[in-house]
Design a protein around this ligand. Sequence first.
Ligand code: ADP
Ligand code: MG
Length: 530
Amino acid sequence: MVFEAFGLSGEVLKAVSELGFEEPTPIQVLAIPKMLLGNDITGQAETGTGKTAAFGIPVIEKIERNKRETQALVLCPTRELAIQVAEEFSKLLKYIPSVTVLPVYGGQAIDRQIRALKGGVQIIIATPGRLIDHIDRGTLNLKNVKMLVLDEGDQMLDMGFRDEIETIIFELPKNRQTVLFSATMPKPILEISQKFQKNPIFIKVPDRELIVPGIEQFYIEVKEQDKLEVLCRVIDMQNPPLSLIFTNTKRAADYVTLHLNTRGYLVEGLHGDMKQQQRDRVMGRFRARNIDILVATDVAARGIDVEDIDTVFNYDVPQDVEYYVHRIGRTGRAGKTGKSITFVSPKEIYKLRQIQRYANIRIARIPVPTLRDIEETRTQQVIEQVREIVMDGGASAYQKLVEQMMQEEYSSMEIAAGLIKIVLDSKGDQKGNGKDYNENIPVHATSSNMEKLSINIGRERGIRVKDILGAIAGETGVPGRLIGAIEIQDRHSYVEVPSSEASHIIEAMHNKTIRGYSVILTPAKKRGQY
Ligand code: ADP
Ligand code: MG
């Protein structure tokens, strides 16, 4: 399918080609011919599918160029969209200087708009509120409007513009063409269609498969200032062989790169300010695995096609669902599985919800890893390595050495434990772990299925985190890794435990001792409850 097939004017075809549109998008294929025929249309297609040109091209073609009166009205939900749509119209009108388009939105000096309107504009792109202002002032003549477009209909209704839309429509001639575009088709949109359209033709473009299957998507809720710390924790926990970190801005990319670097990670940044040569060098090092973490902005990451990226981290929530999809699509390539983890500050939660809604996906929440989680994983990794080496017989050459040590009266158990400590300590050093962690980071309520218990002893009795952890694990059989944050106060302490285990733990701990003091656990008072 090509644009020429619609029978468009040479001027519009030239402008379309200058815009770089090679072929019409699916919604354009369906909408343009029917709109040219004068039908009322209700069109549904996702964001970013080219709906503006789908109605823009036919509207422009149907304008009578020698008449200065307002012939088409496009309503948009926001000032930004009105400006954006007006700009696309201007580009399409590049070779038709006799047709003018004017965006009319709140916040702009009304006098200027009035003067511009007096000159006669054929196409008005307006937000509902400001348009009604002009209607009330009588600075607008809508008697000759023969085309009305309601753009982003769902959003306009979401924003509560229903009454305004009706008010405006009552000002328009009855024998007009009414076109409605929306990303979704909730009931209120269909009601508008029923009320104001004549024999509307419904067209719908099937939703794209937005998400590459095989990508597990998670998010972690974390305060902005704690993001870096939590990012490091997650990297240490998961140890992805190759990962990509996205940031929204160049500044954030630099900041994250610098800090990960000082913490000893093999990381480099990639952003738009870099010369091509520099970028190629960084990409080369990433491909060759000389670095295992790449930090990039959306623009810089365009076209990155590296296989085997295990994890994509979104240091901030991308502005737009398309970016999100593009970002996480860097992993899980070629049928492999991948993982994405998005760091969400309280301010960004709404953006995450929008992404989930628009892309119709579910992003699962995971808790901030505790220092204990990390330790546990690291230990597991070492044990796993030892197991593999022993199974492969790769350590048999060293048995003599162990035998020698055992003759010095050390048990094999002690020797093994000592070696594991060395390994763990050195692993910690590599990335500056342990020492550099900010222990004070608030680990927010670990998860909704955790319950906070209060313990009647604290710092004054010399109680330490590991005492509580050890006692609970020892007395109740609940493994330490299931126990959440432990908080030591002067005279009492708190411990988060799985809700399902809470009553069992309370009972099993009753009158047991920790460091010689008998303890009682009770459910912690929730803030504001008493
Ligand atoms: P929607 O309103 O459906 O969200 P837009 O009309 O804003 O989408 O279009 C999204 C982007 O796609 C714009 O940058 C637009 O210029 C571009 N675009 C529109 N039609 C085409 C086409 N046929 N080929 C390439 N790009 C297009
Ligand atoms: Mg649009």
